[in-house]
Design a protein around this ligand. Structure first.
Ligand code: NAD
Length: 361
């Protein structure tokens, strides 16, 4: 089997602590399957600013260019809060998304049975939740032109952003939605504001037309405001959601609370030349350096890498089952701790999951 190259960019804060646990799990998969993974580490974010003055140094970019996938940690922290906008740590991540045209951001939110009580929602509402939000990531309101501020003659100001999509931009992310739904429970909900936005009317037309190519996927449409309510009122009605950049930003964060903790949420940014996998959480400066961060979001991001980039869906499932197994045995990091469970640190949780996985080969 040819070598599969993974660029490992831990970044800053807890990124440095959780990413090695994801690598540990991928190495276990490699041993179990005979797949050949090659890991090469690079610096990004604040660590890269300290070393080179740039959040995404040329060497790191070159490393990613020759990789098949990127395993990313998280970037930023109070130390770099005052650096100039263009040099901020998150510019490293944004540059990667742009350079590789990563137009689809996949964020699953599942409520594990043993963590139901960690969610702020009632058990009867949240139990059984297992959904995926696909957010368009490179166009829409966050990137549309014109965008500007101007002074008005009466001394007040005006600011303008533009929500803009081409039919191609809509079609490629919608297609991703159908393909992902096909790998899940064959139900796609397209979210828009077609009652008020002309962009959403085009969005809905294109998604509807594309739906005819996917007769095995049940398609429905929902307005973004209605979706915001339904996510907390009846989250189990959803399987796969596909939506515009801004709506997706808001709705995927809302969906995140269903899972109980930031430390449980993986993500993938795909569609472009290579894909990037990262936990949803940031660098958690409040707990960084203590060895207590939850590595499960990073480990589940590695599972997504196996499913969506390395074409090893059975191994992705094994990793997910290993996580479930360890949680079922009562092991918890501090963020998801409940009475009667066993408290473990970052590396110990990684070891436990790797061991559970090893037993599946
Ligand atoms: P955060 O996600 O870092 O932390 C929010 C809360 O969740 C904190 O209480 C933290 O302790 C907890 N948490 C996060 N990850 C955890 C884990 N793995 N295990 C246990 N608890 C965890 O968000 P924030 O505090 O708003 O941001 C901190 C820094 O991270 C900022 O500099 C921000 O810009 C950066 N950030 C980076 C990314 C990224 O790299 N993609 C994303 C979000 C925030």
């Amino acid at each position: 089997m040819s070598t599969y190259r993974i660029a490992v960019l831990p970044g800053d804060g807890v990124g440095v602590e959780v990413t090695p646990e994801a690598v540990k799990v991928l190495k276990t998969v490699a041993r179990g399957t005979g797949a050949s993974f090659e890991f090469e580490a690079g610096i990004v974010g604040g660590a890269a600013i300290d070393a080179t003055g740039e959040p995404l140094p040329a060497a790191t970019r070159a490393l990613c260019e020759k990789a098949h996938a990127i395993l990313f940690g998280s970037v930023g922290g109070p130390k770099w809060d005052d650096v100039a906008h263009e040099k901020r740590p998150e510019r490293g991540l944004l540059a990667l998304r742009k350079d590789f045209d990563l137009y689809a951001n996949l964020r699953p939110a599942a409520c594990y049975p043993m963590l139901v009580d960690a969610s702020p929602l009632k058990r009867s509402v949240v139990e059984g939740t297992d959904l995926m939000v696909i957010r368009e990531l490179t166009a829409g309101l966050y990137f549309g032109q014109p965008r500007f501020r101007e002074a008005l003659p009466d001394g007040s100001e005006r600011a303008v952003n533009t929500m803009s999509y081409t039919s191609k931009e809509i079609e490629r992310v919608a297609r991703m939605g159908f393909e992902v739904a096909r790998k899940r429970r064959h139900h796609l909900t397209s979210v828009d504001k077609s009652n008020v936005l002309v962009v959403s009317q085009l969005w809905r037309e294109i998604v509807t037309r594309l739906g005819r190519e996917y007769p095995d996927v049940t398609l429905d449409h929902m307005l973004a405001d209605n979706c915001a309510m339904a996510l907390v009122a009846r989250p189990t009605r959803f399987d796969t959601i596909v939506t515009e950049n801004t709506f997706g930003d808001i709705l995927s964060d809302e969906a995140a609370i269903l899972a109980g903790s930031m430390g449980m949420l993986p993500s993938a940014s795909i569609g472009g030349r290579i894909a990037l996998y990262e936990p949803v959480h940031g660098t958690a400066p409040d707990i960084a350096g203590k060895g207590i961060a939850n590595p499960i979001a990073a480990i589940l991001s590695a599972a997504m890498l196996l499913r969506y980039s390395a074409d090893l869906p059975k191994d992705a499932e094994r990793v997910e089952r290993a996580v479930l197994d360890v949680l079922q045995h009562g092991y918890r990091t501090a963020d998801i701790r409940q009475e009667g469970t066993k408290l473990v640190g970052t590396a110990e949780m990684g070891d436990l999951i790797a061991r559970a996985l090893e037993g599946m080969y």
